[in-house]
Design a protein around this ligand. Structure first.
Ligand code: NAD
Ligand code: MG
Length: 384
């Protein structure tokens, strides 16, 4: 029985992780839960999973949460705010912490978990992208495991099992192409938030769905792959694969290519991040290649989606640039979701913010440098 804590328990990643717990009560036990402000769902999760400790990001909803669980025989310790979430992350005998908070808000809780010796099931890619210069040394220092739960990186990690050290030569990240993959470029300027939120293959939180539509998600995943697998950017490629059946591939030294396949279902990478190096039996619908049908591939269109090349450039610059890119993207996506800017303003604004910061980049930033760059970029977007 593995004790786990879930950060972002009310989101897409969080609820899918809890679904795994529901189906494997003999394998997993929930120690801690943390969420932003969805009190109704968090209260329901407290009743069902009986965590020892809970944190609510939005302090103003504390009374509402207490009210919602007043009649519940199980009363967990309840904390609030960022410090409360960090406390949940480091709490008790949880072996693994699933990071399902969206955005750089997950950085400090992830660091807290690592410092407390917890293994990380990493869904929250923004944390690694912004914080790698600090997070990776801490992972080493505390000898914890950073296990990818992003589907592409889980695929790469699964393919790497049994590949000898130094055997990896190239990573091929697959991309669905997002909501506008079949829309001509000239139509992109007038797309709406509602259109952008219609992902063809995956049901996910709003932010990552917009990231998928701009292909920034794939750009962020290139940087994530660089940090997770220590491969240079010249050896990380992107290919559009509209069916999302092949979740990514690796090429090894002798040119053999290995792929991981499955239906688009985040529970599989989440389960593997929690069960590695074991495999746990599930009764999920097995992949049927005939039903999956044709698997097709094409080059990504960099003119239509400039975010990918921007991410490569930022990744190569390293230091604080990925933190700036990430924060600018988070802010631009939030502005788009609030209908304050258009879809094509997203890449334009992010690039302008990155250009402005470039001369201030430093190669070995501290945590304070990262947090300051993050704040700077969130503000700078308004003047770009
Ligand atoms: P989501 O919006 O569905 O859920 C986000 C969760 O984080 C919610 O529980 C919310 O309450 C919580 N949260 C948000 N802001 C917070 C804050 N400031 N403090 C505390 N809690 C906060 O998002 P999601 O789609 O589940 O994505 C979560 C992370 O996983 C993202 O980093 C995303 O890139 C990554 N990811 C998601 C998927 C997916 O299928 N959803 C796939 C791969 C990677
Ligand atoms: Mg992914």
């Amino acid at each position: 029985m593995k004790a786990i804590t879930i950060l972002g328990s009310t989101g897409s990643i969080g609820t899918q992780t809890l679904d795994i717990v529901t189906h494997h009560p003999d394998q997993f036990r929930v120690v801690g839960l943390a969420a932003g402000s969805n009190v109704t769902l968090l209260a329901e999760q407290i009743r069902t999973f009986k965590p020892e400790i809970v944190a609510l990001g939005n302090e103003t909803k504390l009374a509402e949460l207490k009210d919602a669980i007043a009649s519940c025989p199980h009363q967990p310790q309840i904390l609030v705010g960022q410090s409360g979430i960090c406390e949940v992350a480091r709490y008790g005998d949880a072996e693994s912490v699933v990071t399902g908070i969206v955005g750089c808000a997950g950085l400090l809780p992830t660091i807290a978990a690592i410092e407390a010796g917890k293994d990380i099931a990493l869904a929250n890619k923004e944390t690694l992208i912004a914080g790698a210069p600090v997070v990776l040394p801490l992972v080493k220092k505390h000898q914890v495991k950073l296990l990818p739960a992003d589907s592409e990186h889980s695929a790469i990690f699964q393919c790497l099992q049994g590949v000898p050290e130094g055997g990896l030569r190239r990573i091929i990240l697959t991309a669905s192409g997002g909501s506008f993959r079949d829309l001509p470029v000239e139509k992109l300027s007038s797309v709406t938030v509602k259109d952008a939120l219609k992902h063809p293959n995956w049901s996910m939180g709003q932010k990552i769905t917009i990231d998928s539509a701009t292909l920034m998600n794939k750009g962020l995943e290139v940087i994530e792959a660089h940090y997770l697998f220590d491969l240079d950017y010249d050896h990380i490629d992107i290919v559009i694969h509209p069916q999302s059946i092949i979740h990514s591939l690796i090429e090894v030294q002798d040119t053999s290519v290995l792929a991981q396949l499955g239906w688009p279902d985040m529970r599989l990478p989440l389960l593997y991040a929690l069960s590695w190096p074991e495999r746990i039996y599930t009764d999920w619908k097995p992949l049927d290649l005939v039903k999956a049908g044709d698997l097709t591939f094409r080059e990504p269109d960099h003119d239509k989606y400039p975010c990918m090349q921007l991410a490569y450039a930022v990744g190569r610059a390293g230091g604080l640039m990925p933190a700036v890119l990430n924060a600018a993207n988070e802010q631009a996506v939030a502005l788009f979701l609030n209908e304050k800017i258009g879809f094509l303003d997203i890449p334009r604004k992010i690039e302008a913010v990155c250009d402005r910061f470039l001369s201030q980049n430093t190669s070995e930033p501290s945590l304070d440098d990262i947090l300051a760059a993050d704040q700077w970029a969130r503000q700078a977007i308004f003047d770009c």
